[in-house]
Design a protein around this ligand. Structure first.
Ligand code: 5AD
Ligand code: SF4
Length: 361
């Protein structure tokens, strides 16, 4: 089938069948056409600029035991760390001075009072030190409604909570089935985040064992129906110190996971033209140009890692996560040259809020 008619069908009727067809496109000519169409759609709705967020991974201490993740509680091989208050604020100020419009604060999941308070104080200090100019996204897992509110009131604008898979059966194949890893609770948390007023982000992993194309098509439909503002989704990368590793024979090849991720990004852009879509770090583990390619296929957010190296080496959710050795500014300069080939620029100093959020509130 010609892709142009597929795109039209998709806009008219976003069915599992139509989405699955887009995800299955694999001839070079059709892929180029799909990615180009997604890039043009992105430019039309969110502009030629790529939004920058500095990623700060403040701690790898996590109460959860997700079967896929290298820093799960059960992995005794990981040296645990918690960045100091000053160190985190310094990273945020560094982002602001270098005209990153936003930061993302990510961590393993903790729900204790001391942690909730620590984040509150951090938010206040970061905003004070950066003249209230920095956009702040939190990615700190499932919390109570009160906690989400407290952080929102202290100036966190966006919250990212990946559903990981919108299919309940698949969700329980990659998480333990217990109170701490409840599909229902996760969904509820995402609803609470939206209700609290955050720009709401979610995402999934692509190429998991047991995952089918129909699961992925349903994930995109879930994202659309839920009314998500921003998405981060990337390839699943097996980690030998996790339970899911035993099913590694069931995962697609690196090349297939890579292409499937780009197809997911491009299809989502066509389904939801004005949302923010991140170019996942995990793509770069599969291909050195992975993140550029995603930005040429519909993604519009780039998140360089600002976690100090001595901590970042202990935040391996998956193996071979890229590190910058303190060279992030140089890395960005090279990156910008590569971006110019698709007539895109880095939006220095722009917060880069989700246009979909602006349209819905
Ligand atoms: N491969 C790819 N992504 C992973 N994540 C965690 N472990 C892995 C892995 N092995 C992703 C999850 C989580 C995010 C912080 O990192 O989607 O939500
Ligand atoms: Fe913890 Fe997140 Fe890893 Fe799950 S994916 S174990 S919640 S850090």
């Amino acid at each position: 089938m010609k892709n142009s008619s597929l795109y039209n069908n998709l806009v008219n009727e976003c069915s599992r069948e139509n989405v699955a067809k887009l995800l299955s496109v694999d001839s070079e000519v059709e892929l180029n056409e799909l990615y180009k169409h997604a890039l043009n759609t992105k430019k039309q709705f969110t502009g030629n600029n790529i939004y920058l967020r500095g990623l700060i991974e403040l701690s790898n201490i996590c109460l959860k035991n997700c079967f896929y993740c290298g820093i799960r509680r059960g992995n005794g091989k990981v040296e645990r760390y918690q960045m100091g208050f000053r160190e985190i604020v310094d990273a945020a100020v560094y982002a602001w001075k270098n005209k990153f419009g936003s930061i993302v604060i990510q961590s393993g999941e903790r729900n204790d009072k001391a942690f909730v308070l620590y984040i509150e104080e951090l938010l206040e200090e970061i905003h004070r030190r950066t003249n209230h100019e920095l956009g702040v996204t939190l990615s700190l897992g499932e919390q109570t409604e009160e906690t989400y509110k407290r952080w929102f009131e202290r100036g966190a604008h966006r919250y990212l909570l990946r559903i990981e898979s919108s299919n309940e059966d698949l969700f329980y194949k990659i998480h333990p089935k217990d109170e701490r890893h409840s599909y229902t609770k996760r969904l509820k948390a995402l609803e609470t985040i939206k209700k609290t007023g955050y720009q709401t982000g979610t995402g999934i992993m692509i190429g998991l064992p047991f995952q089918t194309i129909d699961h992925l098509a349903d994930d995109l439909i879930f994202i659309k129906e839920f009314g998500i503002d921003m998405v981060g989704m990337g390839p699943y990368l097996e980690h030998e110190d996790t339970p899911l590793y035993e099913h590694r024979h069931l995962i697609p090849s690196s090349a297939v996971r890579f292409r499937r991720t780009l197809n997911m990004i491009a299809s989502l852009r066509l389904l939801m033209p004005n949302i923010n879509i991140a170019s996942a770090t995990a793509l770069e583990t599969l291909d050195p140009n992975g993140r550029i390619m995603a930005l040429q296929a519909g993604a519009n957010v780039f998140m360089p890692n600002l976690t100090p190296e001595e901590n970042a080496i202990n935040y391996f959710l998956y193996k071979n996560k890229p590190l910058y050795n303190g060279q992030v500014i140089k890395y960005l300069k090279d990156f910008e040259v590569k971006l110019q080939k698709s007539a895109q620029l880095i939006g220095y100093g722009e917060q880069g809020n989700s246009q979909r959020y602006a349209a819905r509130v």
